[in-house]
Write a protein that binds this ligand. Structure first.
Ligand SMILES: [Zn+2]
Length: 479
């Protein structure tokens, strides 16, 4: 058995040796995706899609709880419509996919396959908003978008991905600002409370903000290899799109005013974050709250009388307290252990003839490998407790990892040294100039991740130019 285990694990490159290869191996071995026929496109397999469905359902409920309604917009955007907001088209032009023909006829106007839907919403809002009584408008859509990326990786950067995009209109700047922050907090809650991934909340610099936004709020997470990943963004669009698309309303004094807008998006990239925060050299580790299957029953010596009956009976009995499945195939238990470790199922439940004699089952947690023998009569309370404990400890572990990989730099020498010796988030003061931001990226390849809401003063001068500092910024190499 030991030899077999070893061979199985060897299919996955050790993360210490090559993290990028480890990621690719796990995504494939855990059967989350297959590659699509077009370079950079992905087929999301049932095990990957089930995780997305769980995340989606959690987020969708929160979007509705906060007063938003779902709707659906078309996939194509006429070129002239995308051109209307200048910053927006400039930001997206390099990565849009164009439709030039319908059947064998060349189109009079090229169409864009949506990279995001700000302009579609804007055009629609211009038609339906007239008076202050029509505000706010709080709409969301779940859809796919296409961005023609040059380098691609499953979930992290793919030609097509799934997401939700919220688009709202408000009567005042303050209302839009409140909405922008509210949705960032919703995203943070999905990451921290369900995906067990701690996030930093803050604002993007001018350089890193969304094309066409007044400002962008972001949640940033840290992966196992010390690289950051932007986990979700929420944009205050100001009145830029309202001016370009003429979305105006008559206020209570009878004056015509542009609306104040927001947009916010959460994507299948989040699954990439989950893999890179919680995974280990045995494969995926899925937090219980978003796991497709929370408990996998593996019968031991299942040819012996009564074992399979008991295993199925347990599945039935535990089905109301957790998402439970059973593998009663004729594969060896050792193969099954490895398989469900690779897939990251939070708890394995083993039941065999000896356990039955003792009236117990064996519970093995995926995150630590710890085994516990639990009386069958107590499983209904033990399993939910164990799932909760796994959820909590995954979050704590990720938080400790982030803290251990967050350092302070007061000058560029320290900055580079930290990046080399302990890559992660670097807290450093910044003067606010684009020039310093560019220079830091040029010298280190690290980018500004966010200006955190929780500010501290770690030095008086800018890490780069040593001029008086304006604010604290988190920097990191990023996905
Ligand atoms: Zn500076």
């Amino acid at each position: 058995m030991a030899k077999k285990n070893k061979q199985f694990v060897e299919k996955v490159t050790a993360m210490e040796d090559d993290f990028a290869q480890w990621y690719t191996d796990v995504v494939k071995q855990a059967d989350l995706v297959d590659y699509g026929p077009v370079r950079g496109s992905m087929i999301i397999r049932p095990d990957g899609y089930a995780i997305w469905e769980n995340i989606r359902d959690i987020l969708d409920a929160k979007i509705k709880e906060t007063g938003h309604e779902n709707m659906y917009f078309p996939l194509f955007i006429p070129e002239s419509m995308l051109q209307k907001e200048k910053d927006h088209i400039e930001g997206f032009a390099p990565e849009v996919a164009w439709v030039t023909h319908g059947g064998d006829e060349e189109l009079q106007e090229r169409l864009v396959v949506r990279p995001t839907s700000e302009v579609l919403f804007a055009e629609h809002y211009a038609k339906i908003i007239h008076s202050y009584r029509d505000l706010p408008k709080l709409y969301n859509q779940w859809s796919n978008v296409v961005r023609w990326e040059k380098t691609t990786r499953p979930f992290l950067r793919s030609l097509e991905f799934l997401w939700q995009e919220g688009h709202t209109c408000h009567a005042s700047d303050e209302d839009a600002a409140r909405e922008t922050r509210q949705m960032l907090d919703v995203y943070a809650s999905v990451f921290e409370d369900y995906m067990a991934i701690p996030v930093l909340k803050g604002k993007k610099t001018e350089k890193e903000k969304f094309a066409g936004a007044a400002y962008t709020l972001t949640i940033e997470s840290l992966m196992h290899d010390g690289k950051a990943l932007q986990a979700g963004t929420s944009h205050h669009l100001g009145t830029g799109f309202a001016e370009a698309f003429d979305i105006r309303f008559t206020d209570e004094d009878g004056e015509l005013q542009p609306v104040h807008q927001t947009s916010w998006g959460f994507t299948t990239r989040s699954i990439g974050a989950m893999i890179m925060v919680h995974g280990d050299n045995r494969g995926l580790v899925v937090p219980p709250k978003i796991a497709a299957k929370q408990v996998m029953i593996v019968p031991i010596a299942q040819h012996k009388e009564g074992v399979l009956d008991k295993a199925y009976q347990l599945k039935e009995q535990l089905g109301s307290i957790a998402r439970v499945d059973i593998d009663a195939s004729d594969k060896m238990p050792g193969w099954k252990f490895n398989e469900y470790e690779m897939k990251g199922v939070p708890i394995r439940l083993e039941i065999g003839p000896k356990d039955m004699e003792k009236g117990q089952a064996v519970l093995v947690r995926r995150d630590t490998g710890e085994k516990q023998f639990t009386p069958i009569a107590e499983l209904e309370t033990a399993i939910p407790e164990l799932l909760e404990d796994i959820q909590r400890s995954l979050f704590e572990k990720a938080k400790q990892h982030r803290e251990a990989k967050t350092t302070v730099a007061r000058n560029m020498e320290e900055f580079k040294q930290n990046l080399e010796q302990n890559p992660g988030f670097i807290k450093a003061m910044w003067c606010g100039s684009r020039q310093c931001e560019d220079q830091i990226k040029e010298e280190t390849t690290a980018t500004s991740r966010c200006i955190p809401f929780e500010q501290e003063i770690v030095a008086d001068t800018c890490v780069c130019c040593q001029e008086p500092a304006k604010e604290l910024v988190y920097w990191a190499k990023a996905y």
